[in-house]
Design a protein. Structure first.
Length: 186
C-alpha cells in the first residue's frame, strides 16, 4: 500500500490504516523513538501513541505525499515529551551534546519573534540541506533527526568516526554562515 491509500483509509476511519502504516513505517518510527529514549519498550509505546495521534489528526491533515514525515514528526515529539518526563531531575549527556552542537549554528528561539520567522528559518535549513551532497544529508539527519551517536553512524555507513565528526563540524559551520547571510545571527 502507498501513502495515498493509507491516508484514504485514515480519512474513511478504517482501522486497517493503522496496521498498514505500522507495516510500512513501524520499524522506522521505533528507530526514531529509540534514538531519543534508548529503550525498546518505550519506543514501541511511542510508535503506538503515534498511530493514535495520527488517527486524531487525519483529518483535518491529509499527508498524502509525506506520510512518513508526518508520522515521524509525531513520533519524535512523543518521544521527546516522554524523555522530558523521565529526565526532569537529571540531564542526559547525549541530549546535552546534541543541543550544544545545534546551538553553534541555529539562532536561539528568543531571536525568532514570529511564527512566520520560524517557518522561514525551517525553509532556510531545508534549502541548506538540499544543497549538500547526499552523504552529508544522511549523516546530518541520522545525527540530528534520529539522534544516532557518531559511533552508530560510523558503523551503519562504514565511515570512520573522525570522518563523521569532521563532516558534522563542517556542516554546522557552513549552516551557521548560510543562516547569517540569510539574516539570522547566532
Amino acid at each position: 500500500m502507498n501513502d495515498n491509500e493509507i491516508v484514504d483509509l485514515f480519512l474513511s476511519r478504517n482501522e486497517k490504516a493503522i496496521s498498514c502504516a505500522a507495516e510500512l513505517y513501524g520499524a522506522k518510527l521505533r528507530s526514531i523513538a529509540y534514538g531519543i529514549l534508548n529503550d525498546r519498550e518505550s519506543a514501541e509505546e511511542c510508535e503506538n501513541d503515534t498511530y493514535w495521534e495520527a488517527w486524531k489528526r487525519i483529518p483535518p491533515h491529509e499527508p498524502r505525499h509525506y506520510l512518513f514525515s508526518f508520522l515521524g514528526r509525531i513520533t519524535r515529539m512523543i518521544a521527546i515529551n516522554r524523555y522530558r518526563e523521565r529526565q526532569r531531575q537529571k540531564r542526559n549527556m547525549e541530549t546535552c551534546e546534541l543541543t550544544r552542537e545545534m546551538l553553534e549554528c541555529i539562532p536561539a528561539q528568543s531571536d525568532t519573534v514570529a511564527g512566520a520567522e520560524v517557518d522561514d528559518l525551517r525553509k532556510m535549513i531545508e534549502h541548506f540541506l538540499d544543497d549538500c551532497p547526499q552523504e552529508q544529508q544522511i549523516i546530518f539527519m541520522r545525527r540530528y533527526w534520529y539522534c544516532d551517536s557518531v559511533s552508530q553512524i560510523s558503523a551503519m555507513y562504514g565511515f570512520s568516526e573522525s570522518k563523521i565528526k569532521t563532516t558534522l563540524f563542517r556542516m554546522r559551520a557552513k549552516m551557521k554562515e548560510y543562516l547569517e547571510k540569510g539574516g539570522y545571527h547566532v
